[in-house]
Ligand binder design. Structure first.
Ligand code: ZN
Ligand code: ZN
Length: 612
Protein backbone atom coordinates (compact mmCIF):
# COMPACT_ATOMS: atom_id res chain seq x y z
CA UNK A 1 0.00 0.00 0.00
CA UNK A 2 1.11 3.50 -0.52
CA UNK A 3 2.18 3.99 3.02
CA UNK A 4 3.97 7.26 2.53
CA UNK A 5 0.69 8.63 1.29
CA UNK A 6 -0.33 9.66 4.74
CA UNK A 7 2.93 11.50 5.31
CA UNK A 8 2.53 13.10 1.92
CA UNK A 9 -1.05 13.95 2.65
CA UNK A 10 -0.01 15.72 5.78
CA UNK A 11 2.76 17.63 4.07
CA UNK A 12 0.49 18.54 1.21
CA UNK A 13 -2.51 19.35 3.37
CA UNK A 14 -0.58 22.51 4.08
CA UNK A 15 -1.18 23.37 0.45
CA UNK A 16 -4.23 25.27 1.64
CA UNK A 17 -7.41 24.62 -0.37
CA UNK A 18 -7.25 20.96 -1.08
CA UNK A 19 -8.49 18.51 1.52
CA UNK A 20 -5.96 15.96 2.71
CA UNK A 21 -7.56 13.28 0.58
CA UNK A 22 -7.32 15.25 -2.62
CA UNK A 23 -4.00 16.91 -1.92
CA UNK A 24 -2.05 13.71 -1.73
CA UNK A 25 -3.16 12.76 -5.19
CA UNK A 26 -1.57 15.81 -6.75
CA UNK A 27 1.78 14.45 -5.79
CA UNK A 28 1.40 11.31 -7.80
CA UNK A 29 0.50 12.43 -11.26
CA UNK A 30 2.49 11.33 -14.17
CA UNK A 31 1.93 12.65 -17.62
CA UNK A 32 2.20 11.16 -21.04
CA UNK A 33 1.29 12.77 -24.28
CA UNK A 34 -2.15 11.83 -25.53
CA UNK A 35 -2.10 9.03 -28.05
CA UNK A 36 -4.62 9.17 -30.86
CA UNK A 37 -5.55 5.53 -30.36
CA UNK A 38 -6.48 6.18 -26.74
CA UNK A 39 -8.63 9.16 -27.58
CA UNK A 40 -10.51 7.13 -30.16
CA UNK A 41 -11.11 4.35 -27.69
CA UNK A 42 -12.34 6.70 -25.02
CA UNK A 43 -14.79 8.25 -27.45
CA UNK A 44 -15.98 4.84 -28.53
CA UNK A 45 -16.92 3.71 -25.03
CA UNK A 46 -17.90 7.07 -23.66
CA UNK A 47 -20.97 7.79 -25.74
CA UNK A 48 -22.50 11.10 -24.76
CA UNK A 49 -26.10 11.09 -23.72
CA UNK A 50 -28.31 11.89 -26.70
CA UNK A 51 -27.94 15.64 -26.97
CA UNK A 52 -27.85 17.64 -30.20
CA UNK A 53 -24.24 17.96 -31.34
CA UNK A 54 -24.27 21.75 -31.68
CA UNK A 55 -25.74 22.25 -28.23
CA UNK A 56 -23.32 19.75 -26.78
CA UNK A 57 -20.35 21.58 -28.23
CA UNK A 58 -21.56 24.89 -26.86
CA UNK A 59 -22.01 23.40 -23.39
CA UNK A 60 -18.59 21.72 -23.62
CA UNK A 61 -16.89 24.89 -24.79
CA UNK A 62 -18.48 26.94 -22.06
CA UNK A 63 -17.43 24.42 -19.45
CA UNK A 64 -13.86 24.17 -20.79
CA UNK A 65 -13.52 27.96 -20.75
CA UNK A 66 -14.86 28.07 -17.20
CA UNK A 67 -12.41 25.34 -16.19
CA UNK A 68 -9.45 27.34 -17.48
CA UNK A 69 -10.66 30.41 -15.62
CA UNK A 70 -11.23 28.36 -12.50
CA UNK A 71 -7.72 26.90 -12.57
CA UNK A 72 -6.10 30.28 -13.20
CA UNK A 73 -8.00 31.68 -10.25
CA UNK A 74 -7.16 28.65 -8.12
CA UNK A 75 -3.43 28.97 -8.80
CA UNK A 76 -3.55 32.61 -7.79
CA UNK A 77 -5.40 31.96 -4.54
CA UNK A 78 -3.42 28.80 -3.80
CA UNK A 79 0.23 28.98 -4.94
CA UNK A 80 1.01 25.75 -3.04
CA UNK A 81 -1.53 23.77 -5.06
CA UNK A 82 -0.05 25.36 -8.18
CA UNK A 83 3.45 24.21 -7.21
CA UNK A 84 2.21 20.68 -6.55
CA UNK A 85 0.65 20.74 -10.02
CA UNK A 86 3.93 21.96 -11.55
CA UNK A 87 2.99 25.63 -12.05
CA UNK A 88 5.53 27.98 -10.55
CA UNK A 89 4.38 31.46 -11.64
CA UNK A 90 3.16 32.34 -8.14
CA UNK A 91 5.71 30.22 -6.23
CA UNK A 92 7.37 33.21 -4.54
CA UNK A 93 4.20 33.86 -2.54
CA UNK A 94 3.57 31.68 0.48
CA UNK A 95 -0.03 31.32 1.63
CA UNK A 96 -0.33 32.41 5.23
CA UNK A 97 -3.18 30.26 6.59
CA UNK A 98 -4.88 32.97 8.66
CA UNK A 99 -8.55 33.90 9.09
CA UNK A 100 -8.48 36.35 6.16
CA UNK A 101 -7.20 33.57 3.93
CA UNK A 102 -10.02 31.25 5.01
CA UNK A 103 -12.61 33.93 4.25
CA UNK A 104 -11.09 34.45 0.80
CA UNK A 105 -11.14 30.71 0.15
CA UNK A 106 -14.77 30.34 1.20
CA UNK A 107 -15.76 33.22 -1.04
CA UNK A 108 -13.84 31.62 -3.90
CA UNK A 109 -15.65 28.32 -3.31
CA UNK A 110 -19.04 30.01 -3.08
CA UNK A 111 -18.55 31.94 -6.32
CA UNK A 112 -17.33 28.98 -8.30
CA UNK A 113 -20.00 26.62 -7.04
CA UNK A 114 -22.58 29.18 -8.10
CA UNK A 115 -21.06 29.35 -11.60
CA UNK A 116 -20.79 25.58 -11.95
CA UNK A 117 -24.26 24.92 -10.65
CA UNK A 118 -25.72 27.22 -13.31
CA UNK A 119 -24.25 25.02 -16.05
CA UNK A 120 -26.15 22.09 -17.52
CA UNK A 121 -23.97 18.96 -17.33
CA UNK A 122 -26.68 16.90 -19.06
CA UNK A 123 -25.91 18.88 -22.23
CA UNK A 124 -22.18 18.12 -22.03
CA UNK A 125 -20.11 15.29 -23.48
CA UNK A 126 -18.80 12.55 -21.24
CA UNK A 127 -15.44 14.10 -20.48
CA UNK A 128 -16.86 17.47 -19.53
CA UNK A 129 -19.72 15.94 -17.59
CA UNK A 130 -17.41 13.83 -15.43
CA UNK A 131 -15.06 16.79 -15.01
CA UNK A 132 -17.99 18.96 -13.95
CA UNK A 133 -19.01 16.42 -11.31
CA UNK A 134 -15.43 16.21 -10.02
CA UNK A 135 -15.08 20.00 -9.79
CA UNK A 136 -18.35 20.40 -7.92
CA UNK A 137 -17.30 17.62 -5.55
CA UNK A 138 -13.90 19.20 -5.04
CA UNK A 139 -15.40 22.56 -4.11
CA UNK A 140 -18.05 21.08 -1.85
CA UNK A 141 -15.37 18.99 -0.23
CA UNK A 142 -13.11 22.04 0.29
CA UNK A 143 -16.01 23.88 1.89
CA UNK A 144 -16.80 20.95 4.15
CA UNK A 145 -13.18 20.71 5.29
CA UNK A 146 -13.09 24.44 6.04
CA UNK A 147 -16.47 24.84 7.68
CA UNK A 148 -17.38 21.45 9.16
CA UNK A 149 -14.37 19.18 9.57
CA UNK A 150 -11.95 22.01 10.41
CA UNK A 151 -8.61 20.17 10.56
CA UNK A 152 -6.97 23.60 10.51
CA UNK A 153 -8.01 23.85 14.18
CA UNK A 154 -7.05 20.44 15.45
CA UNK A 155 -4.39 19.01 13.14
CA UNK A 156 -1.02 20.71 13.79
CA UNK A 157 0.64 18.35 11.30
CA UNK A 158 -1.09 20.02 8.35
CA UNK A 159 1.24 22.98 8.82
CA UNK A 160 4.50 22.30 7.06
CA UNK A 161 6.58 24.41 4.73
CA UNK A 162 8.77 21.60 3.39
CA UNK A 163 6.92 20.36 0.31
CA UNK A 164 6.73 23.54 -1.81
CA UNK A 165 10.25 24.63 -0.79
CA UNK A 166 11.64 21.26 -1.80
CA UNK A 167 9.79 21.34 -5.13
CA UNK A 168 11.16 24.79 -5.98
CA UNK A 169 14.65 23.76 -4.95
CA UNK A 170 14.75 20.45 -6.83
CA UNK A 171 12.51 20.96 -9.88
CA UNK A 172 14.36 22.43 -12.81
CA UNK A 173 11.54 24.62 -14.10
CA UNK A 174 13.93 27.62 -14.28
CA UNK A 175 17.63 28.37 -13.79
CA UNK A 176 18.85 27.73 -10.26
CA UNK A 177 19.60 31.37 -9.32
CA UNK A 178 16.06 32.32 -10.36
CA UNK A 179 14.61 29.50 -8.27
CA UNK A 180 16.71 30.54 -5.30
CA UNK A 181 15.44 34.12 -5.62
CA UNK A 182 11.91 32.73 -5.62
CA UNK A 183 12.77 30.87 -2.42
CA UNK A 184 14.35 34.00 -0.94
CA UNK A 185 10.98 35.75 -1.26
CA UNK A 186 8.95 32.72 -0.25
CA UNK A 187 10.75 31.89 2.99
CA UNK A 188 10.34 35.47 4.19
CA UNK A 189 6.79 34.42 5.16
CA UNK A 190 7.74 31.35 7.21
CA UNK A 191 7.46 33.19 10.57
CA UNK A 192 4.02 34.58 9.60
CA UNK A 193 3.00 31.10 8.43
CA UNK A 194 3.75 29.45 11.77
CA UNK A 195 2.30 32.36 13.71
CA UNK A 196 -1.00 31.85 11.86
CA UNK A 197 -0.74 28.11 12.56
CA UNK A 198 -0.39 28.78 16.27
CA UNK A 199 -3.38 31.09 16.23
CA UNK A 200 -5.49 28.49 14.41
CA UNK A 201 -4.70 25.55 16.68
CA UNK A 202 -7.22 25.48 19.48
CA UNK A 203 -7.81 21.95 20.71
CA UNK A 204 -5.65 19.54 18.74
CA UNK A 205 -5.59 15.80 19.11
CA UNK A 206 -2.59 14.45 20.96
CA UNK A 207 -1.85 12.17 18.00
CA UNK A 208 -1.69 14.95 15.39
CA UNK A 209 0.37 17.09 17.74
CA UNK A 210 2.96 14.34 18.13
CA UNK A 211 2.98 13.82 14.36
CA UNK A 212 3.64 17.52 13.78
CA UNK A 213 6.52 17.43 16.25
CA UNK A 214 8.00 14.37 14.54
CA UNK A 215 7.79 16.11 11.15
CA UNK A 216 9.73 19.18 12.28
CA UNK A 217 13.21 17.76 11.53
CA UNK A 218 12.05 17.23 7.94
CA UNK A 219 11.17 20.91 7.67
CA UNK A 220 14.54 21.90 9.12
CA UNK A 221 16.44 19.57 6.79
CA UNK A 222 14.79 21.16 3.73
CA UNK A 223 15.96 24.56 5.00
CA UNK A 224 19.47 23.11 5.36
CA UNK A 225 19.29 21.99 1.74
CA UNK A 226 18.36 25.54 0.72
CA UNK A 227 21.25 27.00 2.69
CA UNK A 228 23.71 24.63 1.03
CA UNK A 229 22.40 25.51 -2.43
CA UNK A 230 22.67 29.23 -1.64
CA UNK A 231 26.29 28.89 -0.53
CA UNK A 232 27.21 27.13 -3.76
CA UNK A 233 25.26 29.59 -5.92
CA UNK A 234 26.17 32.69 -7.90
CA UNK A 235 23.83 34.91 -5.86
CA UNK A 236 25.34 38.24 -4.81
CA UNK A 237 26.90 38.72 -1.39
CA UNK A 238 23.99 40.86 -0.24
CA UNK A 239 21.45 38.29 -1.44
CA UNK A 240 23.34 35.62 0.47
CA UNK A 241 23.31 37.74 3.60
CA UNK A 242 19.58 38.34 3.31
CA UNK A 243 19.08 34.62 2.71
CA UNK A 244 21.01 33.74 5.87
CA UNK A 245 18.87 36.14 7.91
CA UNK A 246 15.64 34.72 6.54
CA UNK A 247 16.77 31.13 6.98
CA UNK A 248 17.64 31.87 10.59
CA UNK A 249 14.18 33.36 11.14
CA UNK A 250 12.54 30.42 9.36
CA UNK A 251 14.37 27.87 11.52
CA UNK A 252 13.43 29.79 14.63
CA UNK A 253 9.78 29.74 13.48
CA UNK A 254 9.82 25.96 12.99
CA UNK A 255 11.44 25.48 16.40
CA UNK A 256 9.06 27.95 18.01
CA UNK A 257 6.12 26.01 16.58
CA UNK A 258 7.49 22.78 18.04
CA UNK A 259 7.98 24.43 21.44
CA UNK A 260 4.41 25.77 21.29
CA UNK A 261 3.10 22.29 20.49
CA UNK A 262 5.16 20.59 23.18
CA UNK A 263 3.83 22.98 25.80
CA UNK A 264 0.24 22.71 24.57
CA UNK A 265 0.47 18.92 24.50
CA UNK A 266 1.77 18.85 28.10
CA UNK A 267 -1.07 21.10 29.26
CA UNK A 268 -3.68 19.02 27.46
CA UNK A 269 -2.28 15.75 28.78
CA UNK A 270 -2.28 17.08 32.32
CA UNK A 271 -5.85 18.37 32.00
CA UNK A 272 -7.07 15.42 29.91
CA UNK A 273 -8.72 17.79 27.44
CA UNK A 274 -7.19 16.84 24.09
CA UNK A 275 -9.68 16.38 21.26
CA UNK A 276 -10.41 12.67 20.63
CA UNK A 277 -8.95 11.43 17.36
CA UNK A 278 -12.06 9.34 16.55
CA UNK A 279 -14.26 11.35 14.22
CA UNK A 280 -17.58 9.52 14.89
CA UNK A 281 -20.36 8.23 12.64
CA UNK A 282 -21.72 11.52 11.27
CA UNK A 283 -18.45 13.07 10.18
CA UNK A 284 -17.30 9.68 8.96
CA UNK A 285 -20.24 9.18 6.58
CA UNK A 286 -19.93 12.77 5.32
CA UNK A 287 -16.19 12.46 4.77
CA UNK A 288 -16.65 9.08 3.10
CA UNK A 289 -19.21 10.54 0.68
CA UNK A 290 -16.90 13.43 -0.30
CA UNK A 291 -13.54 11.65 -0.32
CA UNK A 292 -14.57 8.29 -1.77
CA UNK A 293 -17.57 9.20 -3.97
CA UNK A 294 -18.73 5.60 -3.84
CA UNK A 295 -22.14 4.30 -4.84
CA UNK A 296 -22.31 2.77 -1.34
CA UNK A 297 -22.31 4.33 2.11
CA UNK A 298 -19.44 3.83 4.53
CA UNK A 299 -21.52 1.40 6.53
CA UNK A 300 -22.44 -0.67 3.45
CA UNK A 301 -18.78 -0.77 2.44
CA UNK A 302 -17.86 -1.93 5.94
CA UNK A 303 -20.40 -4.77 5.65
CA UNK A 304 -18.96 -5.79 2.27
CA UNK A 305 -15.50 -5.84 3.83
CA UNK A 306 -16.68 -8.14 6.62
CA UNK A 307 -18.03 -10.60 4.04
CA UNK A 308 -14.86 -10.39 1.91
CA UNK A 309 -12.75 -11.06 4.98
CA UNK A 310 -14.54 -14.33 5.70
CA UNK A 311 -14.08 -15.47 2.10
CA UNK A 312 -10.34 -14.70 2.16
CA UNK A 313 -9.81 -16.49 5.48
CA UNK A 314 -11.56 -19.58 4.14
CA UNK A 315 -9.26 -19.59 1.10
CA UNK A 316 -6.18 -19.07 3.26
CA UNK A 317 -7.21 -21.94 5.48
CA UNK A 318 -7.32 -24.24 2.45
CA UNK A 319 -3.96 -22.98 1.19
CA UNK A 320 -2.36 -23.52 4.60
CA UNK A 321 -3.57 -27.13 4.60
CA UNK A 322 -2.21 -27.59 1.09
CA UNK A 323 1.18 -26.11 1.96
CA UNK A 324 1.60 -27.77 5.35
CA UNK A 325 3.25 -31.04 4.25
CA UNK A 326 5.73 -29.20 2.01
CA UNK A 327 6.85 -26.49 4.42
CA UNK A 328 5.86 -27.70 7.88
CA UNK A 329 6.60 -31.42 7.72
CA UNK A 330 6.85 -33.03 11.16
CA UNK A 331 5.24 -30.10 12.96
CA UNK A 332 1.95 -30.52 14.80
CA UNK A 333 -0.80 -28.70 12.86
CA UNK A 334 -2.94 -26.55 15.16
CA UNK A 335 -6.73 -26.69 14.93
CA UNK A 336 -7.15 -22.91 15.15
CA UNK A 337 -7.15 -21.53 11.62
CA UNK A 338 -5.47 -18.23 12.53
CA UNK A 339 -2.65 -20.08 14.25
CA UNK A 340 -2.26 -22.53 11.38
CA UNK A 341 -2.26 -19.91 8.62
CA UNK A 342 0.04 -17.72 10.68
CA UNK A 343 2.59 -20.52 11.10
CA UNK A 344 2.76 -21.19 7.36
CA UNK A 345 3.09 -17.47 6.63
CA UNK A 346 5.86 -17.15 9.22
CA UNK A 347 7.76 -20.03 7.64
CA UNK A 348 7.41 -18.64 4.12
CA UNK A 349 8.41 -15.17 5.31
CA UNK A 350 11.93 -16.41 6.10
CA UNK A 351 12.49 -16.36 2.35
CA UNK A 352 13.51 -12.74 1.72
CA UNK A 353 16.26 -10.63 0.14
CA UNK A 354 19.22 -9.33 2.09
CA UNK A 355 18.82 -5.91 3.65
CA UNK A 356 21.37 -4.30 1.33
CA UNK A 357 19.68 -5.75 -1.75
CA UNK A 358 16.20 -4.38 -1.01
CA UNK A 359 16.19 -1.49 -3.52
CA UNK A 360 18.12 -3.44 -6.17
CA UNK A 361 15.62 -6.29 -6.01
CA UNK A 362 12.75 -3.86 -6.56
CA UNK A 363 14.65 -2.37 -9.54
CA UNK A 364 15.16 -5.86 -10.95
CA UNK A 365 11.49 -6.80 -10.76
CA UNK A 366 9.95 -3.83 -12.61
CA UNK A 367 10.86 -4.96 -16.17
CA UNK A 368 9.74 -8.49 -15.31
CA UNK A 369 6.29 -7.28 -14.31
CA UNK A 370 6.11 -5.29 -17.53
CA UNK A 371 6.99 -8.42 -19.47
CA UNK A 372 4.27 -10.46 -17.73
CA UNK A 373 1.57 -7.84 -18.38
CA UNK A 374 2.56 -7.72 -22.05
CA UNK A 375 2.73 -11.47 -22.51
CA UNK A 376 -0.69 -12.04 -20.91
CA UNK A 377 -2.28 -9.25 -22.91
CA UNK A 378 -3.60 -7.48 -19.83
CA UNK A 379 -2.84 -3.87 -20.66
CA UNK A 380 -0.84 -1.80 -23.14
CA UNK A 381 2.16 -0.24 -21.40
CA UNK A 382 4.34 2.64 -22.56
CA UNK A 383 7.97 1.42 -22.66
CA UNK A 384 9.26 4.96 -23.31
CA UNK A 385 8.55 6.01 -19.71
CA UNK A 386 10.85 3.93 -17.53
CA UNK A 387 10.28 4.16 -13.82
CA UNK A 388 13.15 5.20 -11.56
CA UNK A 389 13.39 3.50 -8.17
CA UNK A 390 14.94 5.77 -5.54
CA UNK A 391 15.28 6.18 -1.78
CA UNK A 392 12.41 8.28 -0.41
CA UNK A 393 13.50 11.89 0.27
CA UNK A 394 13.93 12.45 4.00
CA UNK A 395 11.08 14.92 4.54
CA UNK A 396 8.58 12.45 3.05
CA UNK A 397 9.57 9.66 5.42
CA UNK A 398 6.80 10.24 7.98
CA UNK A 399 5.75 6.63 7.64
CA UNK A 400 7.92 3.90 6.17
CA UNK A 401 6.92 2.31 2.89
CA UNK A 402 6.75 2.84 -0.82
CA UNK A 403 4.94 5.20 -3.16
CA UNK A 404 4.87 6.54 -6.67
CA UNK A 405 6.01 10.15 -6.87
CA UNK A 406 5.18 11.72 -10.20
CA UNK A 407 5.24 15.28 -11.50
CA UNK A 408 2.12 17.39 -11.80
CA UNK A 409 0.25 17.69 -15.11
CA UNK A 410 2.08 20.90 -16.02
CA UNK A 411 5.47 19.20 -15.76
CA UNK A 412 5.05 16.13 -18.01
CA UNK A 413 8.76 16.13 -18.81
CA UNK A 414 9.74 15.56 -15.18
CA UNK A 415 10.66 12.15 -13.92
CA UNK A 416 8.37 9.75 -12.16
CA UNK A 417 9.97 8.08 -9.17
CA UNK A 418 9.20 4.95 -7.26
CA UNK A 419 10.04 6.08 -3.73
CA UNK A 420 11.17 3.31 -1.43
CA UNK A 421 12.08 4.07 2.16
CA UNK A 422 15.48 2.41 2.62
CA UNK A 423 16.13 0.17 5.59
CA UNK A 424 19.29 2.09 6.59
CA UNK A 425 17.87 3.71 9.70
CA UNK A 426 16.48 0.47 11.13
CA UNK A 427 17.97 -1.69 13.83
CA UNK A 428 18.86 -5.24 12.71
CA UNK A 429 15.65 -6.51 14.35
CA UNK A 430 13.48 -3.89 12.65
CA UNK A 431 15.12 -4.57 9.30
CA UNK A 432 14.59 -8.31 9.65
CA UNK A 433 10.93 -7.73 10.48
CA UNK A 434 10.44 -5.49 7.44
CA UNK A 435 12.26 -7.98 5.23
CA UNK A 436 10.07 -10.84 6.42
CA UNK A 437 7.01 -8.72 5.75
CA UNK A 438 8.25 -7.87 2.24
CA UNK A 439 9.45 -11.41 1.68
CA UNK A 440 10.11 -13.09 -1.66
CA UNK A 441 6.39 -13.11 -2.58
CA UNK A 442 5.15 -9.99 -0.87
CA UNK A 443 7.78 -7.78 -2.47
CA UNK A 444 6.34 -8.80 -5.82
CA UNK A 445 2.82 -7.89 -4.72
CA UNK A 446 4.13 -4.53 -3.49
CA UNK A 447 5.66 -3.80 -6.88
CA UNK A 448 2.50 -4.92 -8.67
CA UNK A 449 0.49 -2.53 -6.50
CA UNK A 450 2.79 0.47 -6.71
CA UNK A 451 4.20 0.11 -10.19
CA UNK A 452 2.97 -2.35 -12.79
CA UNK A 453 0.09 -2.75 -13.50
CA UNK A 454 -0.85 -0.70 -10.39
CA UNK A 455 -0.37 2.99 -9.65
CA UNK A 456 2.31 3.75 -12.19
CA UNK A 457 0.42 2.25 -15.13
CA UNK A 458 -2.86 3.83 -14.00
CA UNK A 459 -1.30 7.26 -13.75
CA UNK A 460 0.14 6.96 -17.24
CA UNK A 461 -3.34 6.26 -18.56
CA UNK A 462 -4.94 8.95 -16.42
CA UNK A 463 -2.68 11.55 -17.92
CA UNK A 464 -3.30 10.39 -21.46
CA UNK A 465 -6.95 11.16 -21.06
CA UNK A 466 -6.87 14.85 -21.93
CA UNK A 467 -8.53 16.10 -18.77
CA UNK A 468 -6.63 18.50 -16.59
CA UNK A 469 -9.47 18.32 -14.06
CA UNK A 470 -9.09 14.59 -13.64
CA UNK A 471 -5.31 14.75 -13.44
CA UNK A 472 -5.66 17.32 -10.68
CA UNK A 473 -8.76 16.28 -8.76
CA UNK A 474 -9.11 12.62 -9.65
CA UNK A 475 -10.80 10.11 -7.40
CA UNK A 476 -8.56 8.45 -4.81
CA UNK A 477 -10.71 5.33 -4.46
CA UNK A 478 -10.41 4.71 -8.21
CA UNK A 479 -6.63 5.18 -7.96
CA UNK A 480 -6.18 2.84 -4.98
CA UNK A 481 -8.94 0.51 -6.16
CA UNK A 482 -7.16 0.04 -9.47
CA UNK A 483 -3.87 -0.84 -7.77
CA UNK A 484 -5.62 -3.45 -5.62
CA UNK A 485 -7.56 -4.72 -8.63
CA UNK A 486 -4.20 -4.95 -10.46
CA UNK A 487 -2.97 -7.46 -7.88
CA UNK A 488 -6.06 -9.58 -8.44
CA UNK A 489 -5.71 -9.29 -12.21
CA UNK A 490 -2.12 -10.58 -12.07
CA UNK A 491 -3.06 -13.52 -9.84
CA UNK A 492 -5.97 -14.48 -12.07
CA UNK A 493 -3.58 -14.43 -15.04
CA UNK A 494 -1.37 -16.98 -13.30
CA UNK A 495 1.34 -14.70 -11.97
CA UNK A 496 4.09 -16.46 -10.01
CA UNK A 497 3.22 -19.75 -11.72
CA UNK A 498 0.00 -19.69 -9.68
CA UNK A 499 1.97 -21.27 -6.84
CA UNK A 500 -0.01 -21.78 -3.61
CA UNK A 501 2.75 -19.85 -1.80
CA UNK A 502 2.13 -16.86 -4.08
CA UNK A 503 -1.62 -17.16 -3.55
CA UNK A 504 -1.26 -17.38 0.21
CA UNK A 505 0.90 -14.26 0.32
CA UNK A 506 -1.39 -12.42 -2.08
CA UNK A 507 -4.30 -13.42 0.18
CA UNK A 508 -2.49 -12.01 3.16
CA UNK A 509 -2.01 -8.77 1.24
CA UNK A 510 -5.64 -8.43 0.15
CA UNK A 511 -6.68 -9.36 3.67
CA UNK A 512 -4.71 -6.34 4.80
CA UNK A 513 -6.66 -4.15 2.38
CA UNK A 514 -9.96 -5.52 3.61
CA UNK A 515 -8.81 -5.23 7.22
CA UNK A 516 -7.90 -1.57 6.62
CA UNK A 517 -11.56 -0.86 5.86
CA UNK A 518 -12.78 -2.85 8.84
CA UNK A 519 -10.24 -1.22 11.13
CA UNK A 520 -10.91 2.35 9.99
CA UNK A 521 -14.66 2.08 10.41
CA UNK A 522 -14.35 0.21 13.69
CA UNK A 523 -11.91 2.70 15.19
CA UNK A 524 -13.57 5.93 14.04
CA UNK A 525 -17.22 4.90 14.27
CA UNK A 526 -17.51 1.93 16.61
CA UNK A 527 -14.86 2.87 19.16
CA UNK A 528 -12.46 -0.05 18.73
CA UNK A 529 -9.66 0.06 21.32
CA UNK A 530 -5.94 -0.23 20.70
CA UNK A 531 -5.67 -3.83 22.03
CA UNK A 532 -8.65 -4.87 19.87
CA UNK A 533 -7.11 -3.18 16.84
CA UNK A 534 -3.74 -4.80 17.39
CA UNK A 535 -5.40 -8.22 17.76
CA UNK A 536 -7.37 -7.68 14.54
CA UNK A 537 -4.18 -6.73 12.70
CA UNK A 538 -1.68 -9.16 14.22
CA UNK A 539 -3.48 -12.36 15.11
CA UNK A 540 -6.40 -12.15 12.69
CA UNK A 541 -4.60 -10.56 9.72
CA UNK A 542 -1.10 -12.01 10.26
CA UNK A 543 0.68 -8.69 10.44
CA UNK A 544 3.93 -8.09 12.27
CA UNK A 545 3.96 -6.20 15.50
CA UNK A 546 5.67 -3.17 13.96
CA UNK A 547 3.28 -3.18 11.03
CA UNK A 548 0.29 -3.37 13.32
CA UNK A 549 1.49 -0.52 15.52
CA UNK A 550 2.31 1.56 12.47
CA UNK A 551 -1.24 0.98 11.21
CA UNK A 552 -2.64 1.84 14.60
CA UNK A 553 -0.70 5.08 14.40
CA UNK A 554 -2.00 5.78 10.91
CA UNK A 555 -5.64 5.13 11.76
CA UNK A 556 -5.35 7.68 14.54
CA UNK A 557 -4.07 10.46 12.29
CA UNK A 558 -6.19 9.73 9.22
CA UNK A 559 -9.78 8.75 8.56
CA UNK A 560 -11.62 7.27 5.57
CA UNK A 561 -8.44 7.14 3.45
CA UNK A 562 -7.76 3.58 4.61
CA UNK A 563 -11.11 2.49 3.13
CA UNK A 564 -10.37 3.85 -0.34
CA UNK A 565 -8.44 0.72 -1.34
CA UNK A 566 -11.19 -1.78 -0.69
CA UNK A 567 -14.01 0.55 -1.70
CA UNK A 568 -12.50 1.20 -5.14
CA UNK A 569 -11.47 -2.43 -5.59
CA UNK A 570 -14.87 -3.87 -4.77
CA UNK A 571 -16.57 -1.40 -7.09
CA UNK A 572 -14.19 -2.27 -9.96
CA UNK A 573 -14.77 -5.99 -9.42
CA UNK A 574 -18.53 -5.46 -9.39
CA UNK A 575 -18.30 -3.39 -12.57
CA UNK A 576 -16.21 -6.04 -14.33
CA UNK A 577 -18.62 -8.83 -13.48
CA UNK A 578 -21.49 -6.62 -14.65
CA UNK A 579 -19.72 -5.96 -17.99
CA UNK A 580 -19.13 -9.69 -18.42
CA UNK A 581 -22.84 -10.34 -17.95
CA UNK A 582 -23.84 -7.60 -20.39
CA UNK A 583 -21.27 -8.33 -23.11
CA UNK A 584 -21.12 -12.12 -22.83
CA UNK A 585 -18.73 -13.47 -25.48
CA UNK A 586 -17.80 -9.98 -26.60
CA UNK A 587 -16.20 -9.20 -23.23
CA UNK A 588 -12.44 -8.66 -23.60
CA UNK A 589 -10.37 -8.24 -20.47
CA UNK A 590 -7.68 -5.99 -21.96
CA UNK A 591 -10.32 -3.80 -23.55
CA UNK A 592 -12.15 -3.55 -20.25
CA UNK A 593 -8.96 -2.47 -18.47
CA UNK A 594 -8.09 0.12 -21.08
CA UNK A 595 -11.62 1.49 -21.21
CA UNK A 596 -11.73 1.74 -17.43
CA UNK A 597 -8.38 3.54 -17.26
CA UNK A 598 -9.28 5.66 -20.28
CA UNK A 599 -11.80 7.61 -18.22
CA UNK A 600 -8.96 8.90 -16.08
CA UNK A 601 -9.30 8.95 -12.31
CA UNK A 602 -13.08 9.38 -12.29
CA UNK A 603 -15.06 7.73 -9.49
CA UNK A 604 -15.94 4.11 -10.34
CA UNK A 605 -19.67 4.82 -9.96
CA UNK A 606 -19.37 7.52 -12.66
CA UNK A 607 -17.36 5.20 -14.93
CA UNK A 608 -19.99 2.49 -14.45
CA UNK A 609 -22.69 4.94 -15.55
CA UNK A 610 -20.72 5.84 -18.68
CA UNK A 611 -19.88 2.28 -19.67
CA UNK A 612 -23.55 1.36 -19.87
ZN1 ZN B 1 -1.71 2.30 -3.29
ZN1 ZN C 1 15.77 -13.33 7.72
Amino acid sequence: MMKTKIALALVLAAFALAPAGAAQKKKKKTSTRAKPARTVQVKKVAKPIAAPVAQERTADRRFDTATMQFLNALWRINPEAAIAAGKYDTAATMTVPNAANRIARLEFIHNWLEKLNKMKPQEMSTRQRTDHALLVNKLESDRWYLETFKPWQWNPAMYSIAGPVDYILTTEYAAKPQRLRTLLRRIASVPAYYQAAQENISNPTHEHTRLAIRQAPGNLSVLDDVEKAVQESILTASEKTLFRQRLTAARAAVQGYVAFLEALDQRQLAAGTARPFRIGKNLYEQKFALDIQSASTAEQTYQKALAAREEILTRMNGLADELWPKHMAGIQKPADRFQKIGMVIDRLSLNHVRREDFLDEIRRQIPQLQEFVNSRNLLTLDPSKPLEVRATPVYQRGVAGASIDAPGPYRPQDRTYYNVTPLDDLTPEQAESTLREYNHWMLQVLNIHEAIPGHYAQLMYANRSPSIVKSLFGNGAMVEGWAVYGERMMMEAGYGDAAPEMWLMYSKWILRTVTNTILDYNVHVLGMTEPQALDLLQRQAFQTRSQASEKWHRVQVSSVQLTSYFSGYSEIMELREERKRVLGERFNLKEFHEQLLGFGSAPVKVVAELMK
